[in-house]
Design a protein around this ligand. Structure first.
Ligand SMILES: [Zn+2]
Length: 66
């Protein structure tokens, strides 16, 4: 789980990054946005990030998703 990189054409021009949250949410970012977390998402560790929904839960005191 975490961040997966794939480069169908060129690693420099066609980068797609898929962010997956432990809750099942997934968002992909392409091109110049690759490497930048989607709005509202937060990175917990190098290969672990959580979606905006889980960020809200964390702020409300819920334990971090596994
Ligand atoms: Zn989530």
């Amino acid at each position: 789980m975490g961040v997966a990189y794939s480069s169908p054409d060129s690693a420099l021009t066609r980068i797609t990054v898929v962010y997956r949250c432990p809750c099942g949410a997934a968002v992909s970012e392409v091109g110049r946005h690759a490497g930048i977390l989607p709005l509202g998402w937060e990175r917990l560790a190098d290969e672990k990030c959580i979606c905006a929904h889980c960020v809200e839960r964390l702020r409300e005191g819920a334990p971090a998703p596994a």
